[in-house]
Design a protein around this ligand. Structure first.
Ligand code: NAD
Length: 360
């Protein structure tokens, strides 16, 4: 198969970690007989330096024309970098927000996996950590409280603020379909998280999710209230496969789930639209403190590339090969500085990329 990938290396450690993901993708192409064409594009601080804006219309069009976008990270040191002296709409992050919006990316997928080789980094009790977990949080990204009408005004002499949590059935249906589609490629269980005992928007959410579930008889659906979900994540995370939820609940729960994996350098993510198109990027930022030192952990970006293979290109075998290679590299004792522990072998960013590529 031939695929066109728009590549945004970005700022800070971005170029280093994306180069390693491309190294691994090239090995996949060689091994499985595919051709990946890369088009490198600028976004973030590097685009401000080159073009005066964090994202050009040309870059948006090039991304739209590609089969998927692979991204590193953008931004610099928010205290010292001149990019942060610019007005908010010209700063690096404005580019990313505009790109997500222009591409209609409404579903954010965040796998949270506890590798048994890294279970010591998990802050949960030993007996919970030892069981491991492998879940995916799917967060609705373009609706709900963060996009509803808001106002602050004086009512009867008292300052009053209002935010509106609104969802229509179409917005719920498309994210539910995405969640069930992804569950079909995983362990076939969906936990839909809401607050249906209190909120109207959650009651509609639950109704629409149940309608969608009828088209996926192989998938087990359960509903869970958001407060219980927050508890269950630390009590028994192994019970979850795909957790789907609205924007704000997802924002909070995905950070909680990330935290219990113990390392930011391991967390992949994807944002998708209704089609198989997606933008794939690590969850971490541009880590200016270690940029240019060949020290960053490229695994989150490599795992994001594996998600691209699985969800945008429907290359399950190839994605499995990448994930297994990551597992094997860890099993063989290779560690970048952020996940280093006694008795393991310290490798650089490019060293980790080499080890994983060799294991494909
Ligand atoms: P950060 O995630 O860049 O760094 C936090 C800490 O984690 C640092 O100590 C860093 O060294 C470490 N870290 C992050 N990724 C790592 C990796 N792959 N390997 C090893 N260590 C890693 O967060 P920050 O310092 O708050 O933000 C730095 C810049 O990144 C800011 O400009 C911020 O706006 C931007 N940012 C961008 C994105 C994105 O591109 N999507 C996301 C978050 C932050």
């Amino acid at each position: 198969m031939e695929k066109n990938i728009a590549v945004i290396k970005g700022d800070g450690i971005g170029p280093e970690i994306v180069t390693e993901a491309m190294k691994v993708l090239d090995k996949v192409a060689e091994k499985f007989g595919h051709k990946f064409n890369y088009e490198q594009l600028l976004m973030g601080g590097c685009s401000i330096d080159a073009n005066g804006v964090p994202l050009t219309d040309e870059t948006i069009e090039r991304c739209k024309a590609a089969d998927a976008v692979l991204m590193g990270s953008i931004g610099g040191n928010t205290t010292t970098s001149p990019w942060y002296k610019l007005p908010a709409n010209l700063r690096p992050e404005a580019g990313l927000l505009k790109l997500r919006k222009s591409l209609g990316l409404f579903a954010n997928l965040r796998p949270c996996v506890l590798y048994k080789q890294l279970s010591e980094a998990c802050p949960l009790k030993k007996e919970i950590a030892e069981k491991g977990f492998d879940m995916l949080i799917m967060r609705e990204l373009t609706g709900g409280l963060y996009f509803g009408e808001r106002k602050t005004e004086e009512v009867d002499g008292v300052m009053t603020a209002v935010d509106t949590l609104s969802y229509n059935e179409n917005e719920i249906r498309r994210i539910a379909i995405k969640a069930f589609d992804v569950a079909m490629q995983r362990r076939k269980k969906v936990t839909s998280v809401d607050k249906a005992n209190v909120l109207d928007s959650s009651r509609l959410w639950r109704k629409v999710v149940e309608e969608v579930a009828k088209d996926y008889p192989e998938v087990t659906l359960e509903h869970m209230l958001v407060d219980n979900s927050a508890m269950q994540l630390v009590k028994d995370p192994a019970q979850f496969d795909v957790m789907v939820t609205e924007n704000m609940f997802g924002d909070i729960l995905s950070d909680e789930a990330s935290m219990i994996t113990g390392s930011i350098g391991m967390l992949a993510s994807a944002s998708m639209n209704e089609t198989s198109f997606g933008l794939y990027e690590p969850s971490g930022g541009s880590a200016p403190d270690i940029a240019g030192q060949n020290k960053a952990n490229p695994i989150a970006t490599i795992l994001s590339a594996a998600m691209m293979l699985r969800y945008s290109f429907k290359m399950d075998k190839e994605a499995d090969a990448v994930e297994n290679a990551v597992n094997q590299a860890l099993e063989n004792g290779f560690r970048t500085g952020d996940i280093m522990s006694e008795g393991m072998t310290l490798v650089s960013c490019s060293g980790m990329g080499d080890k994983i590529a060799e294991l494909i």
